[in-house]
Design a protein around this ligand. Sequence first.
Ligand code: CA
Length: 145
Amino acid sequence: MLNKILIVEDEPALRNLLKTCLVKEGYQVLEAKDGQEALDIFYEENISLVILDIMLPKLDGFEVLRTLRLESDVPVLILTARNTEYDELQGLRLGADDYITKPFSPKELVARVRAVLRRYSPKPGSEKIHIGKALLIDPACREVC
Ligand code: CA
């Protein structure tokens, strides 16, 4: 299935740049220009990953992330111009999976998106199977533990 990525960014130029990079990589892209629109789209669509700016109109990125985390484990990559340790820690504490500070290179962005998505999509056949309480079948080691 095609990965659908939601870009939340209020600057049109930056939003377009992000979109161009990701579409070129074969991702399907949806765009939101503020925090409220981001949540509206998220609840309508089946989103695989969110790229979230922090400084946003209406709801800021932290608020959006906090709201998303109430009911979703969707991977979130924070995008921030405020290059301070506080922001990064705050984002990670609220449940972001990774962050990128602006300015960023398109290559770095795409690499991080890929890495986060890979972490979230288990390869077929690699999932551990739980049977009852005691048995665990791990296909990687071909063992029943
Ligand atoms: Ca912004």
